[in-house]
Design a protein around this ligand. Structure first.
Ligand code: NDP
Ligand code: F7E
Length: 312
């Protein structure tokens, strides 16, 4: 991407899109396009086609999606598969019709089979059964990957697909019904501290393991791959290390400074037991994550206090 390129960041108000936009701005890109879902509903094909026809877009970061944690995915499977299929189909097809130079599709590591060997290598895609709590979302993501690959094969486009592990950072979703575990626990421990509550509820057994990537690291990886990668094969992005949910809860409890107890609610689902990604491909291309989990959680807790609590 050169500095005169016109770059569309879809989903710029979200965790990932806002991090990509910050990084583009930090590097001096000026021709940046973005629209909120109110201004441009990406589920509406005509609106999306008009948008691409009316702007000469060179590069697209497709970070708009219906996203949520384990319970939201489990409770609203139809919304997750429908919205994601519509958004990605409209954007990918319109980008092809408008001769976009390159598009990056954001997938997720839930595309890998529930019991795949660890760490998850890119070639494990489509080798086994998916985790049931997020299968509809994962199927939509797999369709997005296949669509990018098929357009590349048939039409010669350059559409790449990136699979980030679980993420966190500024502009995360702190709604306890729909959020992912890390922002949920920041909010729960903070609220328990200020209300002097005796216990914090953590869902599931605490035994599943997850890998956590700061959204600023992901944004760097996305810009790196946009400039240096053009194969159809997917690329994992992660830190190469994971921790149990119990360990994560203990870490957040100590960073927030909450003195009470942790209670595991085993009536709520654990989901995938483990999904550590193999990061050797992106590491060998020349990119590595830099933000440690402890530093990242400290800064995410500050962002929660300074942005979320102030603006809510
Ligand atoms: N968060 C995570 O842990 C992970 C995320 N990912 C992937 O990264 C990508 C971004 O996720 P994340 O940033 O966390 O998600 P967020 O929920 O934080 O942001 C999603 C963005 O998508 C936009 N959006 C949703 N529906 C529509 C619509 N109908 N039309 C236009 N825009 C829409 C929203 O726009 P608005 O705010 O204007 O409504 C929002 O800004 C997704 O593809 C997700 O699958 C992958 C792995 C892990
Ligand atoms: C990114 C990824 O995100 C989702 O998959 P997930 O990794 O299972 O996501 P999660 O962050 O919601 O949970 C991780 C673990 O943490 C436990 N947990 C404890 N306490 C809370 C809690 O308070 N909230 C939440 N959400 N989880 C909690 C929870 O029970 C589970 O064991 C999918 O949307 C999937 O599609 C996807 O791609």
């Amino acid at each position: 991407m050169d500095k005169s390129s016109t770059i569309y960041v879809a989903g710029h108000r979200g965790l990932v899109g806002s991090a990509i936009l910050r990084e583009l701005e930090r590097r001096g890109y000026e021709n940046l396009l973005y629209r909120s879902s109110k201004e441009l509903d990406l589920r509406e094909r005509d609106q999306v086609q008009d948008f691409f026809e009316n702007h000469h877009i060179d590069y697209v970061f497709l970070a708009a999606a219906k996203v949520g944690g384990i319970v939201a995915n489990n409770d609203f499977p139809a919304d997750f598969i429908r919205d994601n299929l519509l958004i990605q189909t409209n954007v990918i097809d319109s980008a092809y019709r408008a001769n976009v130079k390159k598009l990056m599709f954001l997938g997720s590591t839930c595309i890998y089979p529930k019991f795949a060997p660890q760490p998850l290598k890119e070639e494990y895609l489509l080798t086994g059964e998916l985790e049931p709590t997020n299968q509809p979302y994962a199927v939509a993501k797999i369709a997005g990957i296949s669509m990018c690959q098929s357009y590349n094969r048939q039409y010669g486009t350059k559409f790449i697909s990136v699979m980030p592990t679980n993420m966190y950072g500024p502009n995360d979703n702190f709604d306890l019904k729909t959020s992912h575990v890390l922002p949920a626990l920041i909010r729960k421990f903070h609220e328990a501290k200020v209300t002097h509550a005796e216990q914090v509820e953590v869902w599931g057994t605490g035994q599943p393991r997850r890998e956590f990537l700061h959204s600023d690291d992901l944004a760097e990886a996305c810009l790196f791959l946009m400039d240096h990668y053009e194969d159809s094969e997917i690329v994992n992005v992660g830190v190469g290390d994971d921790i149990s949910i119990r360990e994560l809860a203990e870490l957040i409890k100590s960073i927030v400074g909450y003195p009470g107890e942790i209670r595991f609610n085993t009536s709520l689902p654990d989901g995938t037991p483990r999904k550590l990604v193999d990061v050797s491909k992106i590491n060998s291309l020349g990119w590595k994550a830099a933000i440690s989990l402890e530093d990242g959680v400290r800064s995410a807790y500050m962002a929660f206090q300074n942005d979320y609590l102030v603006n809510k």
